[in-house]
Ligand binder design. Structure first.
Ligand code: ATP
Ligand code: MG
Length: 589
């Protein structure tokens, strides 16, 4: 789609304004993250804008991240720009290579690429720890940062509250040279964790608590997944992030609303670093949008991790999880997630999106591509008692066929045989039918879809009175697709699978992971809102050809919804399908 055809939003308006005004037109780019001098020596930047998706590699991506990925990569695509994939790996304790690999895989899976013109735009904040340290030293020398040796308790107390200003630290006015010496000692590992921090010197009376001399460096004797033990001081995210943006020549730094209160510090920091000649100008600007809140799931890495760790789900890729690996296993397509992101748009006000919006995007995508198949999920045997009479032998198999997709003849046809015994859905037979019931009932006529019209003659029951078999007679010359097909009018059509030729399969039916739309609303423990019936496993029968379907293949099981051959457990000859989503309208007749 051309960018002009997409609905506008406040971010598009900002970008279009910047492009019209040429705000970023004369930038140079070194081809990689660099300081002001590095970029000045580079080429004029061919990218009209630069955005970034900056995950912290401390967990698996979820549907909320997909919104951010689609937004940042999508805006870059639409406006002749480049989107970077940046690992914001400044917090050594929680980060791991496993998460880096998984994030790379899922951004690719969603269909986005950070390689542009043969250049990779995948960066790690930790590669720039040296430069961040240099920035910190420059701020100290300029009187804009100091080493504070108050204990953590004093620092907290002296920060003040929303209604009371903070109190200056006794270390606030120490000499720059003394702070610099202390900071170097911190880096050299001469002081224990928690004994001192580096703080920006801004305004302890600011109504914005984030400007009351925020901490910018702390001591952590922690092994980092990329820099190992090189560092024992680490920059705070709020310090590292703007610097990374500037080093990468980001033009529009788009983040979620909870960072709105951080924007004044973002601006303060980058304006000073531009003035000090450390980062390139024009510098990036931060814009905030509302995060995605989706009903019936949780989208917080911490909560998702808890679900996995405590065994409430089978893993990060459990098909009930709103993680991207979970959604993929459930059968979500990248196209459906991009469609979802486009439909929900972006705004500046927090809101909840109903889970059904996500499901509908999936249906709209799968409807056009999923081949159709018949499956019986709650099998009951139907015996055609006059089969030998009509076809000469009880063993006869009568070939039937149907289009793979009703609207796409180029997808070809599928074949399956009708036999003397078939499986039908238990709900498709009723001895005492309610009013308006048009399926099998003693004496009634129904069409076996793509096959023949049959007349129900009765049923057999077990000792408990439960129906175990339905009996019917086939009406010759009523085969679908033949001239006699319309000779007998029926009101009901039912799906079926040959009992002798159909393939047995396992099907997993999923319901919402949480029973409450907002699992953690009102201070409730989100675990208490878990839906105890979120997964049901049933043994079913499917068209014979489906036993050989490749893992990851999608089907629409007629009447039942969209299903995918499970990526992990499905194997030829041992089919396992996940129900991706139900059909929009239930089988009403
Ligand atoms: P979580 O809240 O799940 O821990 P996070 O914000 O800590 O996620 P990051 O790795 O920092 O995760 O996120 C990377 C990017 O994804 C950030 O720019 C963040 O704003 C964005 N993001 C995270 N969650 C959502 C969401 N629910 N909706 C939209 N964007 C999101
Ligand atoms: Mg975060």
């Amino acid at each position: 789609m051309d960018s002009t055809e997409k609905p506008s939003n406040f971010l598009r308006q900002i970008i279009e304004r910047d492009l019209a005004q040429g705000t970023y037109a004369n930038r140079r780019f070194a081809g990689h993250p660099a300081d002001a001098a590095g970029h000045a020596a580079g080429q004029p930047d061919a990218a009209r804008i630069r955005t970034r998706f900056p995950p912290e590699p401390n967990g698996y991506l979820h549907i909320g991240h997909a919104k951010s990925i689609c937004l940042n990569f999508g805006l870059a695509q639409d406006y002749g720009g480049v989107c970077h994939l940046r690992f914001d790996d400044t917090n050594p304790e929680k980060e791991e290579q496993e998460y880096v690999d998984a994030i790379v895989e899922m951004v690719r899976w969603l269909g986005f690429d950070w390689n542009v013109g043969g250049v990779s735009h995948l960066f790690y904040a930790s590669d720039d720890f040296d430069f961040m340290y240099r920035c910190a030293c420059a701020l100290i020398e300029d009187g804009l940062a100091y080493v504070d040796e108050q204990g953590a308790d004093d620092m907290r107390r002296n920060r003040g509250t929303l209604t009371e200003p903070g109190v200056d630290s006794p270390w606030r006015d120490r000499l720059a040279a003394e702070s610099l010496e202390r900071f170097e000692q911190m880096r050299a590992g001469e002081h224990p964790e928690g004994s001192m921090v580096l703080r920006a010197k801004i305004d302890m009376a600011s109504p914005n608590i984030n400007l009351r001399d925020p901490v910018i460096y702390r001591i952590r004797f922690a092994h980092h997944h990329r820099t190992g033990d090189t560092w024992c001081i680490y920059p705070m995210y709020t310090f590292a992030h703007p610097i990374e943006d500037a080093m990468e020549c980001i033009t529009h730094s788009i983040c979620t609303l909870e960072f709105e209160d951080q924007r004044p510090f973002y601006d303060w920091l980058l304006d000073h670093l531009v003035r000090l000649g450390l980062v390139a100008s024009p510098r990036p600007h931060q814009y905030e949008f509302a995060r995605l809140n989706l009903t019936y799931v949780v989208t917080s890495k911490r909560r998702l991790a808890q679900l996995v760790a405590e065994g409430h789900v089978d893993g990060w890729d459990d098909p009930r999880m709103p993680t991207l690996v979970g959604l993929r296993r459930r059968g979500y397509t990248p196209e459906s997630l991009r469609l979802f992101a486009e439909r929900i748009g972006v705004s500046k006000a927090d809101s909840w999106i109903d889970y059904s919006v996500l499901e509908q995007a999936l249906r709209d995508d799968l409807d056009t591509r999923a081949p159709r198949a018949m499956a019986v999920l709650d099998p009951l045997e139907l015996q055609l008692t006059n089969w030998a009479e009509v076809f000469g032998s009880t063993a006869h198999a009568e070939p039937c066929s149907a289009p793979a997709h009703p609207a796409r003849p180029e997808m070809g046809r599928r074949s399956f045989d009708l036999t003397a015994r078939v499986w039908i859905e238990r709900e498709d037979f009723k001895e005492a039918p309610p009013k308006g019931y048009h399926r099998l009932t003693p004496g009634g006529l129904v069409r076996l879809k793509y096959g023949y019209v049959v007349r129900c003659t009765g049923c057999e029951k077990d000792a408990e009175g439960r129906v175990v078999k339905v009996l019917a007679e086939l009406l010759p010359d009523t085969k679908s697709g033949t001239s006699g097909a319309d000779a007998v009018k029926v009101k009901g059509v039912i799906t079926w699978v040959s009992a002798s030729l159909g393939a047995a399969a396992q099907v997993r039916l999923f319901d919402r992971l949480f029973a409450q739309a907002q699992p953690d609303a009102g201070g409730r423990d989100f675990l208490s809102a878990l839906n105890p019936r979120s997964r049901q496993t049933v043994q079913v029968y499917v068209e014979p050809a489906l036993a050989g379907a490749p893992a990851g293949a999608w089907f629409q099981f007629e009447r039942h919804g969209y299903f995918v051959a499970d990526r992990i457990d499905h194997a030829p000859g041992r089919p396992v399908f996940n129900r991706t989503t139900t059909l929009k309208d239930s089988w009403g007749r």
